[in-house]
Design a protein around this ligand. Structure first.
Ligand code: ADP
Ligand code: MG
Length: 282
């Protein structure tokens, strides 16, 4: 007969911490339900796996640096066309496009919800076990710039490889020095076919030659970004301004009538694949 007394120790050595915590409490239930040894073991293993999974998701959520509260459920989809809602829910509903290292580009004027949507899609992907990291583009550029000065840019770029999705919020918002632009370009080149980028920008491609110092670099960067990319353009007025006007007029804050779900029924959205593309309208 094996010694049950050693079981906690064995489980600990095997790093089966959930089993170690639950095996004893599960015994009466097993007896009551008439489980045989294999059934009891199967239930314990399921618990171990389920807990590992939820711990992993919690870890991914923390490391993602995604701001809380910006989810699909808190996004008022009445503000944007239905077709965009479908596209966004599809992107949030499956991480398949990230496995294919596709990119997502969100364009539109300030305040229309680009950051909110990028973050919401990020949260939805994390819940599906996708590792995501969200950056203000300028902050990441500064970080990479510093790494380059210390001759460890390649290292810094490789560190990002563990994230299947890197969000670059407000791409091109701040005028950069030539050196900063260079690291931005290297980042795009590095991510190309190694991982996905979600980029938000209020500058359409036509103005990207203001971001990069020369035409060649602009074309090369845009080429890499739009090769296998979904491009979503959000028009309209700033949501912030609309809210302020509504409140000033004495109307309550608008709420989403039906909370949007992060699950999807339909196929993934159409992907604009490669090739030169008309710049989105300003
Ligand atoms: P952008 O990145 O396009 O400048 P943000 O995503 O930062 O805009 O949106 C500005 C503010 O308005 C944020 O607080 C955001 O949560 C909110 N917001 C924008 N659009 C919507 C929307 N359709 N539903 C709910 N909140 C929105
Ligand atoms: Mg923004």
């Amino acid at each position: 007969m094996p010694h049950i007394a050693t079981l906690p120790l064995l489980l600990k050595q095997l790093k089966l911490s959930t089993m170690a915590r639950h095996w004893e409490a599960l015994l009466p239930q097993a007896r009551e339900k008439g489980w045989n040894g294999a059934e009891y073991l199967a239930v314990l293993c399921e618990q171990e796996l389920a807990e590992r999974y939820s711990r992993r998701i919690a870890r991914y959520a923390k490391e993602s640096q995604l701001p809380a509260g910006k989810s699909l459920a808190t996004f008022d989809f009445t503000q944007i066309p239905d077709v965009l809602q479908g596209q966004i829910e599809a992107l949030a509903g499956t991480g398949d496009w990230t496995r294919q290292t596709r990119n997502l580009l969100l364009f539109g004027p300030s305040g229309v919800g680009k950051t909110h949507l990028a973050v919401a899609i990020g949260h939805a992907l994390v819940e599906q076990g996708v590792r995501v990291r969200c950056f203000a583009t300028t902050a990441l550029v500064q970080q990479l710039q510093l790494a380059r000065e210390q001759l460890r840019l390649e290292d810094a770029l490789q560190k990002l490889d563990k994230y299947r999705v890197v969000i670059l919020d407000d791409f091109g918002y701040v005028k950069k020095s030539e050196q900063e632009t260079q690291v931005l370009f290297e980042l795009i080149a590095h991510r190309y076919e190694t991982g996905s980028l979600i980029v938000t920008s209020n500058q359409p491609f036509a103005e990207w030659d203001r971001i990069f110092p020369d035409q060649m670099m602009t074309v090369a960067a845009v080429d890499r970004l739009i090769h296998h990319a979904s491009i979503i353009e959000i028009g309209g007025d700033s949501y912030r301004r609309k809210e302020a006007l509504r409140q000033a007029a004495g109307h309550p804050t608008s709420t989403t009538s039906a909370p949007a779900t992060t699950t999807l029924a339909g196929p993934p959205p159409p992907i604009h694949d490669s090739g030169p593309r008309q710049p989105p309208p300003t």
